[in-house]
Design a protein around this ligand. Structure first.
Ligand code: IPE
Ligand code: IPE
Ligand code: MG
Length: 246
């Protein structure tokens, strides 16, 4: 994880890395008397809009929570609909993402997906790997605790093999064992739909992120909402445990 210098000055800074918990698809659909799947479809449209908004607002890193480890507990029918939409997104959107200079990465336990989806994921990552305009990461079958456990196990195995000693395990080495090894820490975390909880997203990484909660349901989210969240972020005084400079 490259270190981004902590900003102690009062000058409003733009976030380098924005993370979003995209919540409220089901309630959006319910409010319109539609099945939940219609909400997920509209949610996929909001992903498209938000990626474009991030590019135009100059956000370098955008990470979206698309499907949590715990979401596997939803009814099979809903999971099937979500996986169908994921296939569609990976097939249909990749050309446009590539043209826009977006690098796509997926974090999470991808082995839990069907092989055709795993192939679509690696093809998409491969095709966009040299793009630099926006680093888009989508968390799928992702859980923060599961990610931390996985890193702990990998480090324990390295220690067993005698490659490292327990004392070698510091923050940098631990970060490098996470799915997000190549990403800076999120500066801003947005959650839509009025819920104010983390739901197992990026637990290690959000240690010093600023949180913005909005009542907007994910399918209604767009450029204006992202711009407002960035404005809110600029008004925050980030201290990182220190004191504000005079
Ligand atoms: C977010 O919307 C999408 C996923 C978690 C896959 P929800 O499906 O959680 O919608 P609500 O929270 O029930 O409204
Ligand atoms: C979090 O939303 C996961 C995603 C947005 C993908 P949930 O809807 O699953 O979270 P809870 O159940 O309300 O905490
Ligand atoms: Mg939800």
């Amino acid at each position: 994880m490259p270190t981004v210098p902590h900003q102690f000055s009062d000058a409003p800074a733009d976030p380098v890395h924005v993370a979003v918990i995209m919540d409220g698809n089901g309630r959006w659909a319910k409010g319109k008397g539609l099945p939940r799947t219609a909400g997920h479809k509209a949610g996929a449209e909001a992903v498209r809009r938000t990626v474009k908004a991030a590019v135009s607002l100059g956000v370098p890193y955008l990470t979206l929570f698309g499907f949590s480890s715990e979401n596997w507990n939803r009814p099979v029918g809903e999971i099937g609909d979500l996986l169908g939409l994921l296939r569609l997104y990976l097939r249909k959107e990749i050309g446009e993402l590539d043209r826009e200079g977006v690098r796509l990465r997926i974090i999470g336990e991808r082995v839990r997906f069907d092989e055709d989806i795993q192939r679509l994921i690696s093809d998409a990552e491969e095709r966009t790997r040299d793009n630099t305009r926006l680093n888009l990461t989508i968390a799928l079958s992702y859980g923060g605790r599961q990610e931390i456990l996985r890193a702990a196990r990998a480090l324990a195995e390295q220690a067993l093999r005698g490659e490292i000693t327990p004392e070698d395990i510091d923050e940098t080495r631990f970060q490098n064992a996470l799915f997000t090894a190549d990403l800076p820490e999120p500066d801003l975390l947005i959650r839509t739909s009025g819920e104010q909880r983390i739901s197992n997203f990026l637990l290690w990484q959000v240690a010093y992120a600023e949180f913005v909660f909005t009542d907007v349901l994910w399918p209604d989210f767009g450029h204006q909402d992202l711009a407002e969240a960035l404005g809110d972020f600029r008004s925050r005084d980030r201290r990182f445990g220190g004191v504000t400079s005079p």
